[in-house]
Design a protein around this ligand. Structure first.
Ligand code: GAL
Length: 680
């Protein structure tokens, strides 16, 4: 859908139907009229074929309750269309204008401590405010009516990064909506009291009106209340997305609707796996958070986005050409990183490469955030790199529309487990769910082994090996499907603090890890978390941190792969594996980190026969991904290092990249190559 987006309404510039989308958020209201003409000229020079327009334009479009001003947007839409540039038109509801918040301060969000989040920045609205909803939907209706037949319109962009700043609202509106949500989930107060375990600490409810969001309390709020509030908050935003979408579908049924997700860094409030089916195509925003695993994290996020998109192409709605403005220190990208970062998203299934934003602002909070046209203007290294990337994407046009070819290894990522495992009053507050999954991913990258991030919605049987790090929440049906997976020949690998609770955050009794105890053939009576800085040695020369378990082997089919060599559990099992019916179920009881997992993984993958598909010389230095369609497959080879890497022996035509005299693929520092092979 994305690769043909621009031609679906008859084409804007006569270009071939299958191609990559290239562009940015465009904020013309920040610039005088004469800059708009130059913008379109430069966009054409860069190969930009789509912009997201109007994202923060509410105050400009509706300067007062009954005053509308569309003339400027008409003109911009016409100019873009004349330049052959399609428009992903925002519904402009992300930042309510001052006249609205002055007239209706009751739309402003409230924190857990009762403070109001005042206007002056953006996204200062309660997801559950009926007043906000009415005004927002009126704006959506006006926009959709006016631009329904505009030839530049190719997609709708609902709001912007729903929940970026306002996911958790503890206002009275939220309290009311939370109660409705709970009524729908539990039907009776008895069921809620049971699920929340309110027999504890005298929390028994006798009336729905007594229930509140988990506002600042004297001690730890009820854990299931906290977990349900997270689920509710994600659903409340999803409900807003649906409400806008329904108007758009009513008025423009042929225009696809999306909204930009934030599968990036530690953004965890929105369950995007659950939202993915609400949009016509998945769109994501990603920003690099500098650190030792920063590009692994980029790859991880792109991979997870592909997973929630069901392996189909998705839309990279925002990333940065260089520095951002919102980190403590905002380091620019180094030469080659602009293209490499963008193409790593493409390697994981993106059919669109867009940036925040087109032209770097001269004023406002984001004036030091990079853009496609920097403060220095078009005569700049950055703009030349932008033009070059546009040309590269044209070269890669045959790839557009292809899907992700499943890898033999899957890594299971689960929002409920993320939310629940990091709650308070746990054995340790040092556990970071996403980091755990990222460490396994990094270790696989270091070994040159392809893996797909997947969620519980996916067909788990597509993968010979399924790694489920800290799969903390395991309802009975998930326990059954994981057991079936391993009993039917799949190789399951899981870790400490997995299989511990059900969907109500109630512990599975009888010994840990309750839900997976039989499958793993082990039993644990007490957790052994480690203090920060403490470590244990294993007899396979790896080192554990964060967690240990006192494991009792309970099945004759369970073998011990590694034992503790130091610490409280010296001599006892640290890593186990139970042979199932042609498959296996392995358990890793301590945090081995990327280095330790790189040592352990080959042993865990051995029974499944999974090895790197890369030539030995490239393993670790090069990331391999595969996109394919019926007749052909595309191998993306991404140089993860700052040095030149040679990749010998891979068949295929070189679509992107260079070769040495003997045909060996030569990847310069941070370079990306793409090979085309016939499928099958
Ligand atoms: C995103 C947002 C953009 C811009 C960008 C800066 O969160 O959607 O509007 O603020 O970050 O990195």
């Amino acid at each position: 859908m994305i690769s043909t987006l621009l031609s679906r309404r008859g084409g804007t510039d006569g270009a071939p139907a299958r191609r990559f989308v290239y562009g940015a958020d465009y904020n013309p209201e920040q610039w005088p009229r004469d800059v708009w003409e130059e913008d379109v000229r430069l966009m054409r020079e860069a190969g930009v074929n789509l912009v997201s327009l109007g994202i923060f334009s509410w105050a400009r479009l509706q300067p007062a309750e009954d005053t509308w001003d569309f003339a400027w947007l008409d003109e911009v839409m016409d100019l873009l269309h004349a330049g052959g540039i399609g428009v992903d038109l925002a519904t402009a509801t992300a930042s309510p204008p001052p006249w609205l918040t002055t007239a209706h301060p009751e739309i402003l969000p409230v924190t857990a401590t009762g403070e109001t989040l005042w206007p002056g920045a953006r996204q200062h609205w309660r997801p559950t405010s009926p007043v906000f909803r009415t005004y927002a939907l009126r704006l959506v209706r006006e926009l959709a009516t006016r631009y329904a037949d505009h030839p530049a319109l190719v997609a709708w962009h609902v709001n912007n990064e729903l929940g970026c700043h306002n996911v958790y609202d503890y206002s009275d509106d939220a309290a009311r909506a939370f109660r409705d949500w709970l009524r729908a989930r539990y039907t009776t107060l008895d069921a809620l009291n049971h699920a929340w375990g309110t027999a504890f600490w005298s929390q028994h409810y006798t009336d729905w009106e007594q229930i509140l969001p988990p506002r600042l309390a004297a001690s730890h709020p009820n854990p299931t209340q906290q977990l349900d509030f997270k689920r509710f908050s994600s659903d409340a935003l999803k409900d807003h997305l649906r409400a806008e979408r329904e108007i758009l579908r009513e008025l423009t049924p042929d225009v696809p609707v999306t909204t930009n997700f934030m599968v990036t860094g530690n953004t965890k409030g929105m369950n995007y796996d659950d939202w993915a089916t609400e949009v016509d195509f998945v769109a994501n925003d990603h920003y690099v958070h500098p650190g030792p695993q920063d590009r692994d994290e980029l790859s991880f996020s792109a991979n997870l986005t592909s997973g929630i998109a069901g392996g189909r192409p998705w839309f990279l709605m925002e990333h940065s050409t260089s520095a951002v403005n919102w980190q403590p220190v905002n380091v620019p990208k180094r030469p080659g990183e602009l293209a490499r970062d963008a193409l790593l998203h493409v390697a994981h299934g993106a059919d669109a490469v867009c940036f925040f934003q087109w032209r770097q602002s001269a004023a406002g909070a984001e004036k030091y955030h990079s853009a496609m046209v920097p403060h220095a203007g078009a005569d700049s290294e950055l703009f030349r790199a932008v033009v070059e990337l546009g040309a590269t994407l044209r070269t890669l046009a045959p790839v557009a529309g292809s899907e992700r070819e499943p890898a033999r290894v899957g890594i299971l990522f689960d929002w409920d487990s993320w939310w629940a495992s990091e709650q308070d009053s746990h054995p340790t507050s040092l556990l970071e769910y996403r980091q755990e999954a990222l460490d396994w991913y990094s270790a696989l990258l270091a070994l040159g082994i392809r893996a797909d991030l997947v969620t519980t919605r996916a067909d788990l049987h597509r993968h010979q090996v399924l790694i489920a790090p800290v799969l903390h929440v395991v309802p009975a049906d998930l326990a059954k499907s994981l057991t079936r997976y391993a009993e039917q020949g799949g190789h399951l690998i899981t870790t400490y603090f997995s299989g511990i609770v059900d969907e109500n955050d109630h512990v599975w009794l009888g010994g840990y890890p309750g839900a997976l105890r039989e499958l793993l053939g082990i039993r644990i009576e007490e957790f052994g978390p480690l203090l920060a800085g403490d470590t244990v040695e294993l007899d396979d020369a790896t080192t554990g941190s964060l967690w240990t378990d006192r494991i009792e082997v309970t099945s004759p089919e369970t073998e011990v792969l590694a034992r503790y060599r130091t610490g409280e559990h010296t001599g006892r099992p640290a890593v186990t594996r139970r042979a199932t019916n042609g498959g296996s179920a392995a358990y890793v009881s301590t945090r081995l980190g990327v280095d330790g997992l790189t040592v352990l993984l080959p042993r865990l993958l051995g029974p499944a026969g999974v090895e790197s598909e890369l030539p030995a010389a490239a393993r670790g230095s090069v990331e391999l991904t595969v996109r394919s369609r019926d007749s052909e497959r595309f191998l993306f080879l991404v140089n993860r290092t700052d040095r030149t890497v040679e990749v010998p022996g891979l068949p295929g035509d070189v679509l992107l990249g260079g070769t040495g005299a003997d045909g060996t693929l030569v990847l310069g520092p941070r370079a990306v190559a793409v090979l085309r092979q016939p499928a099958g």
